[in-house]
Design a protein around this ligand. Structure first.
Ligand code: ATP
Length: 488
């Protein structure tokens, strides 16, 4: 497995230096696996969310979006199975007291073996792990770790505790009374999906939705991840973009395949090469699923999940029906060709697509980040450029007067006024033009225009393209339409 930890570290440093992502509450030394988005990270993230939202709720006429609360009635999480099942097998090293997720520990060993040219051994190890995970064989997992001499990275020893399950949900108290009882315990949602399930009938009835239809949502989710040292790849507070698609029972397989294909198309439409992606089918299915896979991207830390596609059966709606004692049925008046009668009442099946906003940010940064050596015989030169898709870039157009005088700033501000209601622009008059270009490259700005003395005479400006660094003169009156075309 190819990993490039230098590139990963360089991206983290770049994000901090250029106002994309900061450690949370950094002045107090940060908080583990919690991050804040700075001025440009927030723009990038918002563009990703808008893009996903539009592609779900505009491009499919049978998908609508909602925005449910983070807090939900605590019974929701009993019904969904999260109170009992939302846990990961963990193991502690007795010498370092460090805790590891068992699958991560074994996967790391497999990568190591692969790196040493023992691909076959790595494959066997992963296969054994998958089988033990599928069988919930915790003792077997411990034996697998010990017999393969998988050591703790800190202590270097193979002195392990038993494997135990840890629940990943955060809880807090609801209302004024704080007590140790379970009465007012409430959870921070670990996934946004349940907000959709409990609103399924509200949306279906008020929206007069006919099956098949989908409900999309973007929102925060919280997981008390035990191993969380992978920047925004694995956070304790993160954001998800989920879509639950409600289908007639028996058709779920076909819709599962449909959404696998549609979602891969969405990724590839970002201009990313297909060999950077792969599907990974789940061997151990979650308690609610009859089929599941991940879309994995080749991050600098190796191929990892960015999106999950799950066929969740009627599990969630059925559970909510049972726990709430409210019917979760849909009446389907389409005619069943086999019986010649309407399909009638049933609890729909669900196929979901679930992608992390932050992992998408990480994906785009990994794809976009490039250190280029631009040295010539005369002089050494280099640049860092973020080749972000223009549509998602934080700033679309930088407007740069060559000098701070002679009426050039006024012309530049005129361009800004013409464009700023349509897309994010940035005005800068400080530093040499070369330095300003480099700064914009580092922020991923696809277009820079320079206003110079000729602009005063003939109404043209120099446009400079980020990726090729090529420049050409264009009428300033054409700029707005040109950028709009490029980011459409
Ligand atoms: P993993 O196996 O990596 O922990 P998961 O299978 O638990 O992920 P899902 O429950 O399928 O993840 O969640 C759907 C999506 O939410 C994931 O594909 C990922 O993009 C995102 N996601 C899940 N957990 C985190 C996290 N801790 N930090 C950031 N994003 C996350």
């Amino acid at each position: 497995m190819a990993t490039d930890s230098n590139k990963f570290q360089a991206i983290i440093a770049h994000c901090k230096e250029y106002g994309f992502i900061f450690p949370s509450s950094e002045i107090y030394d940060g908080l583990g696996a919690v991050y804040d988005y700075g001025q440009w990270g927030a723009e990038l993230k918002k563009n990703i969310k808008d893009h996903w939202w539009h592609s779900m709720t505009r491009m499919y006429e049978n998908i609508v979006g909602i925005d449910a609360a983070i807090f939900m009635h605590p019974t929701t999480w009993k019904a969904s199975g999260h109170v009992d099942n939302f846990s990961d097998p963990m193991i502690d090293n007795k010498d370092s007291n460090k805790r590891y997720r068992v699958d991560h520990l074994i996967e790391a060993k497999a990568s190591e073996l692969e790196g040493e040219g023992h691909a076959e051994q790595a494959e066997i190890l992963l296969k054994q792990m998958d089988e033990l995970l599928a069988a919930d064989d915790l003792a077997g997992l411990r034996t697998l770790i010990e017999t393969n001499r998988i050591a703790c990275a800190v202590s270097g020893t193979v002195n392990w505790t038993d494997v135990r399950q840890f629940n990943l949900m955060f809880s807090t108290e609801f209302g004024a009374v704080s007590s140790d009882t379970e009465d007012n315990k409430i959870y921070l949602r670990p996934e946004t999906a349940q907000g959709i399930f409990v609103n399924f009938l509200n949306v279906q009835k008020t929206g007069r939705m006919k099956i098949p239809f989908g409900i999309a949502q973007i929102g925060k989710a919280f997981r008390n991840e035990i191993v969380a040292r992978q920047f925004i790849f694995r956070m304790r507070e993160f954001e998800q973009m989920e879509m639950q698609f409600f289908v007639r029972p028996g058709t779920q397989k076909q819709w599962y395949e449909f959404w696998k294909e549609e979602r891969m198309k969405w990724h590839l439409a970002l201009g990313i090469s297909p060999d950077k992606y792969r599907f990974h089918d789940h061997v151990k299915l979650a308690h609610y699923a009859d089929a599941a896979c991940d879309i994995e991207y080749d991050f600098p830390i190796g191929f990892k999940e960015v999106e999950g596609i799950h066929s969740r059966t009627d599990f969630d709606l059925k559970q909510h029906q049972e726990f709430s004692k409210k019917k979760m049925q849909y009446f389907d008046n389409d005619i069943d060709p086999e019986t010649g009668k309407p399909y009638g009442n049933y609890i729909p099946y669900v196929v979901e697509t679930s992608i992390g906003v932050d992992r998408t940010v990480m994906l785009l940064l990994s794809e976009a980040y490039e250190e280029q050596d631009l040295s010539t015989e005369e002089r050494a030169d280099s640049r860092v450029v973020l080749k972000l898709p223009a549509k998602l870039a934080p700033i679309k157009l930088a407007v740069l007067p060559l000098v701070k005088k002679d009426g050039l700033p006024e012309i530049a501000r005129g361009i800004l006024d013409d464009c700023k209601a349509h897309f994010k622009c940035f005005y800068e008059e400080k530093d040499t033009i070369g330095k300003r270009y480099r700064r914009m490259d580092a922020l991923g700005t696809p277009f820079c225009v320079t206003v110079d003395h000729q602009s005063k005479e003939d109404g043209t400006v120099t446009i400079r393209y980020r990726d090729t660094m090529q420049q050409e003169r264009v009428p300033l009156a054409s700029l707005r339409e040109m950028v709009l075309r490029e980011i459409a």
